[in-house]
Write a protein that binds this ligand. Structure first.
Ligand code: NAD
Length: 266
């Protein structure tokens, strides 16, 4: 059994579906009531509607599921965090504490965490490569909260032996994205064109930004759980990560998703 927090969100439901397709049962935890992506799985999927800010609700899903691994993907994205930093603190910072503390109290071995390239920020002038020792000095509430999550996970590993793993995602491209965040314009550029609606992005044509397709993001979390050894070596040397969806495949699959599963996304 696996638990996915944020499990009715975009990446969370995609990850939960991948795990279910592998034959394992999944419990999701989310403030949102359900996911059309997961409903077809019947009793193999159990949803706990709850709030990360509430320790007892977080403990309930973990106690009742006794998972091998908790994928912690629930949280507030960048723009909502900037609009309401206090709510972001409670959700992303206190929520992270609640997840790790519940894992410790209930004897769960592994927590896999969704972090972000937003944990970097200031003072990177002149750098072309980000490494394990690059200065992390975020300037957004979202980045601050996510960096705290990374550090708290590292601490729980050192102090309590929890196997903590994390992926720092770049901007995720996902069909049907509604929540404004700094990366959503990538998805809207494809989606608005698909629906024949005009759309303008206010950047110069030379602008480049790192992106990842939501299916690759979900696969990254799944792969993190399966056989990557946790130690201090740079992950890339250990991990041999390769994306499956390059830009053309991404656009093609995005349009196929919108065509085949319009009701899931729109
Ligand atoms: N989308 C991106 O560009 C991006 C980039 C980097 C990292 N991430 C991280 O990946 C994870 C998944 O993001 P996503 O793109 O699927 O976004 P999403 O908004 O679809 O998923 C987040 C989920 O968390 C849930 N949630 C929010 N507050 C909650 C609370 N108090 N209690 C319980 N659940 C709560 C939401 O309902 C939502 O389903 C997040 O942690 C996010 O920070 C996303």
């Amino acid at each position: 059994m696996n638990v996915v927090t944020g499990g009715t969100g975009f990446i969370g439901s995609c990850l939960a579906k991948m795990i279910l397709d592998e034959g394992l049962d999944v419990a999701t935890f989310d403030i949102k009531p359900t996911s059309p992506v997961l409903e077809p799985y019947g009793s193999r999927w159990r949803h706990f509607r709850g709030d990360l800010r509430d320790m007892s609700e977080v403990m309930t899903v973990i106690k009742e599921s006794q998972p091998d691994v908790i994928y912690h993907l629930g949280g507030m994205l960048s723009t909502p965090s900037e609009e309401n930093p206090q709510a972001s603190f409670m959700t992303n910072v206190v929520g992270m504490f609640n997840v790790l503390e519940s894992a410790r109290l209930l004897g769960i071995d592994m927590v896999v965490y969704a972090s972000t390239n937003g944990t970097f920020g200031l003072d990177l002038e002149g750098l072309t490569v980000i490494g394990d020792r690059t200065l992390q000095r975020p300037f957004t509430m979202y980045g601050c909260g996510k960096l705290f999550g990374e550090l708290l996970g590292r601490y729980y590993h050192r102090k309590y032996g929890i196997d903590f793993r994390s992926v720092r995602l770049p901007a995720v491209v996902e069909p049907g994205a509604k929540t404004k965040n700094v990366s959503v314009y990538n998805a809207w550029a494809i989606e608005k064109s698909f629906f024949g609606e005009p759309y303008q992005i206010f950047v110069t044509p030379e602008t480049r930004a790192p992106i990842i397709y939501f299916k690759d993001a979900a696969r990254a979390f799944q792969k993190m759980h399966q056989g990557v050894r946790w130690d201090e070596t740079p992950a890339v040397r250990e991990w041999n990560w390769k994306v499956k969806f390059h830009l053309d495949d991404m656009v093609e699959d995005f349009i196929r998703e919108l065509t085949d599963h319009r009701s899931w996304y729109i």
